[in-house]
Structure formats: structure tokens, C-alpha cells
Design a protein around this ligand. Sequence first.
Ligand SMILES: Cc1cc2nc3c(=O)[nH]c(=O)nc-3n(C[C@H](O)[C@H](O)[C@H](O)COP(=O)(O)O)c2cc1C
Length: 196
Amino acid sequence: MTRQTVIFKDLHPYPETEMKVAIISGTPRSNGYTSELIKNLSAGLKNAGCEVNTVTLFDKVISGCNNCGVCQKKGNEGKCTIKDDMQPLFQVVDDSELLIIASPIYMWQFTACTKAFLERLHCMYDSLDGKRIALAMTMGDDEYVASYAVSGMLDMCEYYHMTYLSSFAVPYADKDEVNRPLYAEKLKDFVNRITG
Ligand SMILES: Cc1cc2nc3c(=O)[nH]c(=O)nc-3n(C[C@H](O)[C@H](O)[C@H](O)COP(=O)(O)O)c2cc1C
């Protein structure tokens, strides 16, 4: 319990509420560079008092949107007709106060499973309003290779009225690079920025 919590305990009878954060992992490698970054990010978020739920997409069956149009009809808002592993994730997105898309850059874009996940959010048009979004990425080359992915996300945030907060990138990634003190410091700043 922090000093401040002790002092104000009696004035604030409700328990401190933790920010619910969902990290959506789009890497195929559970032991790769993005997973290492997610491990560090998750530790930083927990340290900042957040409740963190990390969801791995690659081990799930999630197809892209089939544009059936059902979710766009009145009364069907939020309903997706594709019965696959995305179904429980709609609730995860809904419950989260902060959604972090964590993906390596493959072919100048987020990975295919990340892209499928993002497409499927189309049915949540109404409930995405105000959703706070951040990005965490690794890439083999310089950070600029993420420019398509990041600018696409900025457009998506504008269209769906989500709030883009910040992005974190580890260029020339490998495990040593991800764990360099420079990135540990930057990650602290990033966590402060997206949870503050
Ligand atoms: C299919 C594929 C495509 C890739 N395309 C890019 C790319 O366009 N730009 C880049 O900088 N790195 C690219 N990379 C390298 C990865 O982004 C980089 O190694 C990343 O850190 C891997 O993360 P992971 O360990 O989570 O898979 C690619 C790797 C693969 C396997």
C-alpha cells in the first residue's frame, strides 16, 4: 500500500480500481522478439497498477471480415455472424479500458492474424467510440518500416472514433535489443503516457 493510499484510505472507502489493459499479441512466436517486448510491457503495466490480459491471436482461428453486412443492420450492432475464436474477444475488447496492439512488422504491415483481428472489430462500430489504443511493435529494419501500419491505425482510430495514444517500436530487433537499458527507459515513459 502506498503512503498516499494509507493517508487517504478513510476518505476513499472504495478499493483503488485498476485500469484494465488488453494486450493483443499478433506474433506467431511465443518465444520471439515481440513476445519478449510484451513480457516487459506487461511487467511495466502491472507495476503501474494495471490489470493486464494478454491475448495471443496466432493460436486461434480468426478469419478476416466477410463483409456479410449483418452487423451494419439496425438492431444487429456488435453482432458478428462468423462463429470462430474472435467471438469471446469482442467481450475482451469491450471490457478493456486500454487496448494495445502488439505485432511484429511483416511485409511493412501488422501480421495477418493482427489484421484479421482488426478487420473483425468492424462490427463493434458503436462500442469502439472512445476506446484507447496504443501500439507495440518490433521490426527487423528501421522504425520507418512501420509507417504504413501506424498510419493505417491512425485512420482507423479516426473512422471508429477511437483515441490513439502512442506507439512503441524496437527496430533492428532481437532479444538483446529488446532488453537494452535504452528500451527499458523508453518503455517506462510509454507506460506512463498510455496509462496517465
Ligand atoms: C514474413 C516476414 C516478413 C517480415 N517483414 C519485415 C518488414 O517488412 N520490415 C522489417 O523491418 N522487418 C520484417 N521482418 C522482420 C521482423 O519484423 C522482425 O524480425 C521481428 O522483430 C520479428 O518479431 P517476432 O520474433 O515476434 O516474430 C519480417 C519477418 C518475417 C518472418
